[in-house]
Design a protein around this ligand. Structure first.
Ligand SMILES: CC(C)(COP(=O)(O)OP(=O)(O)OC[C@H]1O[C@@H](n2cnc3c(N)ncnc32)[C@H](O)[C@@H]1OP(=O)(O)O)[C@@H](O)C(=O)NCCC(=O)NCCS
Length: 179
């Protein structure tokens, strides 16, 4: 959850460009970040992704925002001790009270000048909330570049699928006898 002052739900909010809230969070991986195999624990990367996405959601919505879902977290190659990890996050899409934040995780050796490579990606849905934890309206995101526009369209597809999946599972549970 972010800790900025909330705006009121229903307020007629002006749109905000993607670049206004785009954020990068960087962190050097140390021995405390490893799993039992000696590479970096996936949960460490997920926390960084959630932190970076939370900063974007807070900046875009101008107030507190909470993680509603995290999906399609992909780990493309292992991260190692001594890697400098950069988590790039941006607001891909906005609904009435929710935002999809896309995260791209890059890694490079902390003391070498070789280029960073992509090691992961994820999509997180944040809901903006008021002081009582109730959803509040967010400004529409205004995609700027062609890439932003593609991400906006793809996020709409994911949104449709998330809601359809949730609805289908709820309907199935309602039809089944109580466990
Ligand atoms: C997320 C939360 C605020 C949603 O509250 P709610 O009463 O269910 O409210 P709504 O159903 O109106 O959802 C609010 C928005 O989030 C979206 N949302 C909620 N759950 C979602 C899901 N599983 N998938 C996609 N979107 C979701 C809704 O579609 C809605 O977006 P919209 O207004 O843009 O259409 C509430 O469930 C919550 O507080 N969860 C805990 C969050 C938290 O603490 N996260 C940190 C984990 S430690």
């Amino acid at each position: 959850m972010t800790d900025q002052r909330p705006t009121s739900a229903g307020e007629d909010l002006p749109g905000k460009p993607t670049s206004a809230s785009r954020t990068t969070l960087s962190h050097i991986m140390t021995a405390g970040d490893t799993n039992l195999y000696g590479t970096v624990h996936g949960g460490v990367i997920m926390k960084l992704a959630d932190d970076a996405a939370g900063a974007v959601a807070g900046r875009h919505s101008g107030g507190p925002a909470v993680t509603a879902t995290m999906d399609e977290m992909a780990f493309l190659s292992p991260v190692r001790v001594g890697d400098l990890v950069h988590v790039h996050a941006q607001c891909n899409w906005t609904g009435r009270t929710s935002m999809e934040i896309g995260v791209r995780v890059m890694a490079e050796r902390w003391n070498e000048s070789t280029p960073a490579t992509q090691v992961g990606s994820a999509y997180l849905v944040f809901a903006a909330v008021d002081a009582d934890g109730k959803p509040r309206a967010v400004p529409s995101v205004i995609p700027e570049t062609d890439r932003d526009k593609r991400r906006f369209q793809e996020a709409q597809i994911r949104r449709t699928h998330r809601l359809a999946r949730r609805r289908a599972i709820l309907e199935l549970r309602e039809r089944r006898p109580k466990e």
